[in-house]
Design a protein around this ligand. Structure first.
Ligand SMILES: Nc1ncnc2c1ncn2[C@@H]1O[C@H](COP(=O)(O)OP(=O)(O)OP(=O)(O)O)[C@@H](O)[C@H]1O
Length: 271
């Protein structure tokens, strides 16, 4: 299977803190790939390097075979790398629809030259595509009934769904989700898991996710990379990762398989 993202030997430090050390892993195309690891392992730092907010001191990131070094975050977004954030980053006073429209904005040209080249037929075509995409996303995520409501008035689970809608409006090839089910109740988690699987299957989008909910991670991931203290300790399919003693030790502080199973079951029950 070909890789849509390739991370090679990435290192990032903040003063004396080594957030990422020689991190290498692949994101196979059209998979749900998940990065797991204990708090502080470097997962968000890795996301920030991929989306261009942090500049690693060493290493390379290739997206569709192209090196991303020096490419600014908005350009990466326009190239098809969209993301959501650990803490919801929406415009709370604006309506759901306006927030989604902002996502589509990454495809609009900016600057005088861009604007000059961008009116007439091309602009009309872009607007038609945007409207079509927005309609499709609203139907797909079942948020038609709230499209005129301000985001601040919505439940947490719905706000997370609107954030997902905005990221989809960027027409991504890789959708990066930072803790998509954190803080959700069981029903909201199940909805989100179903949407993520459909985004991969029906939309052909590769999903790269950071998530702590192990039940969900094991259920919907095709491929998992495990970070610990800024290093990848293993990567592979869920069944393999789940049985790796080093992972169990790092992630749960025990290499006892029975307690891992108990913990996974408990999480499923609580969820
Ligand atoms: N902007 C920053 N300035 C200084 N240190 C940082 C910064 N961002 C991250 N770090 C440090 O880098 C290390 C990795 O943090 P990171 O947030 O990437 O971990 P994480 O795996 O996402 O954790 P969590 O699961 O708690 O979100 C931590 O020691 C953290 O304190």
């Amino acid at each position: 299977m070909s890789s849509i993202l390739e991370i090679n030997n990435l290192s990032l430090s903040f003063g004396g803190v080594k957030a990422l050390q020689d991190v290498s892993f692949r994101v196979p195309e059209n998979t749900v790939t998940t990065v797991i690891g204990p708090n502080g392992a470097g997962k968000t730092s890795l996301f920030n390097c991929i989306s261009g907010f942090y500049k690693p001191q060493q290493g390379t990131i290739h997206y569709q075979g192209k090196a991303l070094a020096g490419t600014k975050p908005p350009v990466r977004a326009a190239m098809g790398l969209a993301r959501t954030f650990q803490n919801i980053a929406l415009f709370r006073g604006m309506t759901v629809l306006d927030n989604i429209k902002l996502g589509a904005h990454v495809h609009m040209q900016s600057g005088l030259l861009g604007a000059l080249a961008y009116f007439g037929a091309a602009r009309r075509e872009e607007m038609a595509v945007r409207e079509h995409v927005e309609r499709h996303i609203i139907d797909f995520l079942e948020i038609d009934h709230i499209r005129r409501q301000p985001v601040a008035s919505l439940s947490y689970g719905l706000q997370k769904r609107v954030e997902l809608a905005r990221a989809l409006a960027m027409r991504p090839k890789v959708l990066m989700l930072d803790e998509p089910v954190a803080g959700m109740n069981r029903e909201e988690k199940e909805d989100m898991a179903r949407f993520i699987l459909d985004i991969r299957e029906e939309w052909g989008v590769t999903v790269l996710m950071v998530e702590h909910d192990m039940g969900m991670v094991m259920d919907i991931s095709d491929h998992i990379a495990v970070l610990n203290f800024g290093q990848v300790i293993t990567e592979g399919p869920p069944a393999e990762v789940q049985n790796n003693p080093e992972v169990i030790e790092a992630y749960l502080g025990t290499s006892d398989m029975d307690s891992l199973r108990r913990k996974l079951n408990q999480e499923r029950e609580v969820a």
